[in-house]
Design a protein around this ligand. Structure first.
Ligand code: SF4
Ligand code: SF4
Length: 208
């Protein structure tokens, strides 16, 4: 009886954390939308483009993972089975590989994210350039697809970012935003601070 009571309390805590996380998403989704808007001249994301979900590790915190998987029961039986098979195959392949294992996301079915509403932060910000300080130096990180004629390809010259080209498109450069979780928490989430994201692991690692 006591155990049931403890479990009940844990479940309540868990679901209130997920609700709080949904509020957090509302705030950062608005912020991310503004970032995409300001970067419009460089953004080529569109329906049917899924290259960014084809190769990666997809870091997810424990909370993001719980939120993602809370939507799993809403998928069709076939989708669930396909995802389970994808994960099984990927884990076997990962077991054979040495070093970093980059792979297609198991939730990408027919070039469509079946968990779109519950996708992670990394998925939400992907496609934007980010502006970070590395060893005291400010660097602009571009999405991988900039190499393939997609986002920000206009500002890449000999493998580096051309600030002149950035400016010639009328877009402020360097971009004054960072896309890390820490930044969101520190700068734009005052008031939604009780969230505990937990450990961050590559997506596949959560299925071991
Ligand atoms: S981020 Fe790049 S690869 Fe992903 S949808 Fe946008 S243009 Fe396509
Ligand atoms: S969860 Fe969705 S958006 Fe994120 S990497 Fe997987 S398929 Fe892409």
């Amino acid at each position: 009886m006591k155990t049931n009571h403890v479990e009940e309390n844990q479940q309540k805590l868990h679901s209130s954390m997920l609700k709080l996380y949904e509020k957090y998403l509302e705030v950062i989704d608005k912020y991310i939308e503004t970032c995409f808007e300001t970067q419009k001249p460089f953004i080529h994301c569109g329906a049917g483009c899924c290259n960014c979900c084809e190769t990666g590790e997809y870091p997810f915190s424990r909370l993001e993972m719980e939120y993602l998987m809370s939507g799993f029961p809403d998928l069709t039986f076939e989708e669930q089975q396909t995802i389970k098979t994808n994960i099984k195959i990927l884990l076997a392949e990962k077991g054979q590989s040495t070093g970093r294992f980059l792979h297609k996301c198991p939730f990408l079915l027919n070039c469509r994210c079946v968990m779109y509403k519950r996708r992670g932060i990394t998925c939400r910000v992907y496609g934007l350039a980010s502006f970070e300080t590395v060893k005291g130096k400010q660097v602009i990180k571009l999405p991988e697809c900039s190499k393939y004629g997609l986002n920000y390809s206009e500002v890449v010259e000999n493998g580096t970012v051309s600030l002149e080209k950035f400016q010639s498109c009328g877009v402020e450069a360097p971009i004054r935003h960072s896309l890390s979780l820490n930044y969101f928490e520190r700068e734009i989430l005052r008031g939604v601070t009780e969230l505990e994201f937990g450990e961050i692991r590559p997506l596949l690692e959560w299925f071991r």
